[in-house]
Design a protein around this ligand. Structure first.
Ligand code: HEM
Length: 181
């Protein structure tokens, strides 16, 4: 996983809970990288899991809720850092349909070692329903959901989301059935 993601996570922890908390979780985590991340470096995604678990224990908030909150935060940061990917989309569904074939393709050009999920996006009911299926062995569907919720908020939409877990032994597969209200 790219250092940019770690840097954003640590920034979120610092600005929400303070520098003491972020220093504490880095120190208690015994990370192979030592906890210093450069934006262009590449680190094991398990380090992020270790940091989230440490934060969860420290502040007594479930891991899934923290990963989801980080996804929403990251959406706002991506909007600031890479505005070009958001231009020309009038709905969140239109934007989400561009992630796999456009956004993450460009991300791979910028960061060839990036580990990205696969998404299968299909529209139904005349654009009122989006089936957005997440595939990855990194098990970050909660991050995807946070990013998706960031998108719904950004486009001022109310979207009801139902989950179908289709995971196998090798990878997490979550179908998000998203219905525009
Ligand atoms: C809201 C729509 C998006 C969703 C649902 C999404 C989903 C994800 C998920 C779940 C991951 C974690 C890797 C995994 O699960 O295997 C990821 C990684 C990543 N995504 Fe996206 N993403 C979105 C938009 C974007 C945008 C707009 C950018 C900005 C350019 C971006 C850049 C990245 C980067 C840099 C990584 C890290 C790859 C790595 O560290 O190896 N994503 N994305």
């Amino acid at each position: 996983m790219k250092g940019i993601v770690f840097r954003e996570f640590i920034d979120m922890v610092e600005s929400t809970f303070g520098e003491d908390v972020s220093d504490d979780i880095i120190e208690s985590s015994d990370l192979p990288s030592g906890g210093s991340y450069t934006a262009v470096g590449t680190y094991s995604h398990t380090e992020l899991v270790t940091l989230v678990v440490a934060l969860s224990e420290k502040i007594d908030v479930p891991v899934s809720a923290l990963v989801h909150a980080f996804g929403k935060y990251l959406f706002g940061r991506f909007l600031e850092l890479f505005p070009v990917f958001f231009e020309g989309h009038e709905t969140s569904f239109s934007f989400l349909c561009s992630i796999h074939d456009v956004v993450h393709v460009e991300v791979l050009k910028l960061y060839p070692e990036a580990g990205l999920p696969d998404f299968i996006a299909t529209m139904h009911d005349d654009g009122q329903t989006l089936h957005f299926e997440y595939h990855s062995h990194r098990h970050f569907a909660d991050l995807a959901r946070g990013l998706m919720d960031g998108a719904f908020e950004h486009w001022n939409e109310t979207v009801e989301v139902e989950l179908e877990d289709k995971s196998t032994d090798e990878k997490q597969i979550i179908l998000f059935v998203c219905k525009l209200q």
